[in-house]
Ligand binder design. Structure first.
Ligand code: MG
Ligand code: ZN
Length: 356
């Protein structure tokens, strides 16, 4: 009798444990994805053009993010990136510093200090404003050689993008590729080398400056890089933080090139698919997809949903002030719903880990 009571109690405890765990799976990894310049019109142009539903359509939680910076109603990607990465509104042009120039630290940086593996991927130069905001601290986004040196000082375990010339063709004569090699990094210069790498620390600089656009044949680099980075980083027992940027949605919007915007949008969504697929299988990975700002003042003037046709117009050559979307999946995803400030996302993430 007594024994069966104990068994019943144990059974209840175990069942309860599993129910609670299923409802609140423990967070381990974060994949934070930024479509640079990706407003709602860009997203819907992609949804319309795509023959199949976008991965973005599978996210259960959504919010909107206010993007204004400390200096301007319309942010640039430096202040926008710093807000998302470091949780501080700064002046346009500034990277990982507050308006007074003092350094502010990203969730990536703080989790790295606590033993998480980290990665940064972009289709721009890796030293460009968005990826730089997660790693570097400089008063101007134009200081790409100084930002490259910050990548060597505060190295993420994996970084993949363009920008080789800022590492090996520098005014100060340093060869940062050699320095990274000496720090135990495998240096990779093409996509094949990236796929074949077995290193836990790798720097893949696949172009001198930005990567080619999709229209110019970039191919599957962003999705491949995302898959590879996840493969490497997941080996870390504590977990990982990976930032992935679809950098060139913004560039095509600046160029007012509709076909270009859609191609970059669909390419970014392929990388989102890789992240989401991993998170669905893993169960302990939060995926957040957002933008730093909208670019181009994109308007969808017409189209045909059955023919996957869209007729877009651009109001602007630059950025607009309109809030951007936030998509979230995984443990803690519900925190990313509603109307939020771009600076709130860093602490939402760290709070999920009970790190402050
Ligand atoms: Mg960018
Ligand atoms: Zn831009």
């Amino acid at each position: 009798m007594r024994r069966s009571k104990v068994t019943l109690l144990l059974l209840l405890l175990v069942t309860n444990f599993f129910i609670v765990s299923a409802a609140n799976p423990k967070i381990k990894n974060v994949i934070f994805m930024i479509g640079d310049g990706m407003g709602l019109a860009q997203v819907y142009a992609g949804m319309t053009a795509s023959e199949t539903p976008l991965s973005l359509e599978q996210f259960p939680y959504m919010g909107i993010s206010k993007t204004y910076s400390a200096s301007d109603y319309i942010t640039d990607s430096a202040a926008g990136g710093t807000a998302l990465a470091c949780g501080v509104k700064t002046n346009n042009g500034m990277i990982g510093v507050a308006p007074d120039g003092s350094p502010v630290y990203s969730a990536l940086h703080i989790l790295a200090q606590h033993g998480w593996a980290t990665g940064v991927i972009a289709t721009s130069s890796i030293t460009d404003a968005t990826p730089a905001s997660f790693v570097a601290h400089q008063p101007s986004r134009k200081m790409q050689e100084e930002i490259a040196a910050d990548f060597v000082a505060n190295t993420p375990d994996v970084f993949i993008g363009g920008g080789r010339k800022y590492f090996n063709s520098r005014k100060d004569g340093r060869n940062l590729l050699t320095e990274l090699n000496n720090k135990g990094y495998e240096m990779i210069s093409d996509l094949n080398g990236l796929k074949q790498s077995r290193s836990l620390k790798l720097a893949a600089l696949l172009a001198e400056d930005g990567m080619p656009s999709m229209l110019d044949g970039r191919g599957n680099m962003l999705a491949d890089a995302t898959e590879k980075a996840i493969d490497v980083l997941k080996k870390n027992k504590k977990g990982f933080f990976l930032m992935v940027e679809g950098s060139q949605i913004d560039w095509q919007c600046h160029a007012n090139n509709q076909e270009g915007v859609i191609s970059e949008m669909l390419d970014f969504d392929k990388a989102v698919a890789k992240a989401l697929e991993f998170a669905q299988n893993d169960g302990h990975t939060l995926v957040v997809v957002t933008a730093d700002h909208e670019t181009g003042g994109l308007v969808l003037k017409g189209g045909d949903i059955n023919k996957h046709e869209v007729d877009a117009g651009f109001m602007l050559k630059g950025h607009s002030a309109v809030p951007v979307l936030v998509f979230a999946y995984g443990p803690g995803a519900e925190q990313f719903s509603g109307v939020m400030q771009n600076i709130s996302m860093k602490n939402k993430i760290l709070n999920l880990f009970n790190i402050h």
